[in-house]
Structure formats: structure tokens, C-alpha cells
Design a protein around this ligand. Structure first.
Ligand code: SF4
Ligand code: SF4
Length: 70
């Protein structure tokens, strides 16, 4: 379980190939309207980058890497 490590999808880059959602063995993603949605972030394994490695579009970053405002 990871409180501060889960994928964040940039939908402006995501092509909807669903490689990430189909790969993740921990059920982090749910597919909605043909796009991956991170619905179970607590199931993500800390420092796993499995789905990111499969994304050919650079659409996946991780929560710990996302800069917040302020
Ligand atoms: S692997 Fe990348 S492009 Fe494919 S659905 Fe996931 S985020 Fe989108
Ligand atoms: S980083 Fe690993 S555990 Fe987390 S969503 Fe991607 S494949 Fe699943």
C-alpha cells in the first residue's frame, strides 16, 4: 500500500491504449469511457513503475513527483 505513490495520468497525452490498466496486477486502474482512471491509488506499490514503463506516450507520472501549487 502506498499513500504517496500512485500514478497520475496526463489525459492531454494519454492515447487510451490501456496498456497501463491492463498490466497493473493490483487493480489500481478502472477503465472508464476507454481511458484509464486511477480509482484505487492505495493499492499501488511504492516505487513500482510498471505501468509507466509501458506507456509509450509519457502520460504517466507519480503522485510524489507531481508539483502542487504554492
Ligand atoms: S499506457 Fe499511457 S497512453 Fe496508454 S492508456 Fe495508459 S496512460 Fe494512456
Ligand atoms: S505503478 Fe505498478 S502497482 Fe502502481 S498502478 Fe502502475 S503497475 Fe500498478
Amino acid at each position: 500500500m502506498a499513500k504517496n505513490w500512485y500514478p497520475v495520468i496526463d489525459y492531454s497525452k494519454c492515447a487510451g491504449c490501456l496498456s497501463c490498466a491492463n498490466f497493473c496486477p493490483h487493480g489500481v486502474y478502472t477503465i472508464k469511457d476507454g481511458k484509464p482512471v486511477v480509482t484505487n491509488p492505495l493499492e499501488c506499490v511504492e516505487f513500482c513503475r510498471g505501468c509507466q514503463k509501458l506507456c509509450d506516450y509519457g502520460a504517466i507520472t507519480y503522485s510524489a513527483e507531481v508539483k502542487t501549487h504554492g
